[in-house]
Design a protein around this ligand. Structure first.
Ligand code: BTN
Length: 235
């Protein structure tokens, strides 16, 4: 889909704006901002979004069930990681969709997907991506890094355009998304602990399956995890 871009110097939250557009019936829009005053993170957390970052939200009306929406989040992680690597940043994906610096595990990108709809089909999905781009390291939270800190500043318009094109080229094709995700992942082959609603799953992460489940070999056998907070453990 050709996306139209709605650009803001500053906005409360590109996801909140995306939600407004989605509720008004819009689709295939990307809300892009240089700064957010009320950025939202996962688990009701605030997302630090100073000027110089790339904050973007895809407004989508895909023909998918809510169960399949996590694939779009994986696609967003793939597109963003590719754009970072093109900029010379050694980025990799931690399941399901954190983009980290491979060498240190510091966070470069956060992704927040929101949706609404019926059990068999979503009416809309907002996929929000926050990139620590041209941001001073001292304004970042503990455990985070920025493109500026690693390789210097990028042209944010060009960067955003690469993410949009990369996301668009993956469509909603599960094989394309999962194939690319596996190649860019840093979680596969590692020992992990995933906190799930049904308790912790600890073992070696061996694969990702549609629509985004992590396959973990544990002492009790193979576990398939839909969602949870993932921690990489020392080998
Ligand atoms: C996380 O907690 O890791 C997810 C952070 C997601 C932040 C992005 S920035 C663009 C979009 N708009 C928001 O308010 N949040 C997301």
């Amino acid at each position: 889909a050709p996306y139209s871009v709605e650009y803001h110097d500053a906005i409360d939250s590109t996801n909140a704006r995306g939600r407004e557009l989605a509720k008004a019936g819009d689709s295939d829009v990307v809300v892009l901002a240089d700064e957010q005053t009320a950025g939202r993170g996962r688990l009701e957390r605030a997302w630090n979004a100073p000027s110089g970052g790339v904050y973007m939200s895809f407004v989508l009306r895909p023909d998918v069930a809510p169960m399949e929406a996590p694939l779009l989040t994986l696609a967003a992680a793939v597109a963003t990681t590719r754009a970072l690597r093109e900029a010379g940043v050694d980025a990799g994906i931690k399941w399901p969709n954190d983009v980290l610096l491979r060498t240190t595990g510091e966070k470069l990108v956060g992704i927040l997907t929101e949706m609404e709809g019926e059990a068999d089909r979503v009416s809309w999905v907002i996929c929000g991506i926050g990139v620590n781009a041209n941001v001073d390291p001292d304004t970042l939270p503990e455990g985070a890094t920025s493109v500026r800190e690693q390789v210097g500043d990028v042209d944010r318009r060009v960067f955003a355009q690469r993410v949009i094109e990369g996301f668009d080229s993956l469509q909603t094709d599960p094989d394309a998304i999962l194939g690319a995700w596996r190649e860019l992942a840093i979680t596969l082959g590692r020992r992990v602990r995933v906190e799930t609603r049904d308790g912790d799953v600890v073992g070696e992460a061996v694969d990702v399956e549609s629509p985004g489940r992590l396959v973990v070999e544990t002492e009790e056998g193979t576990a398939r995890v839909h969602a949870g907070d993932c921690e990489h453990l020392r080998p």
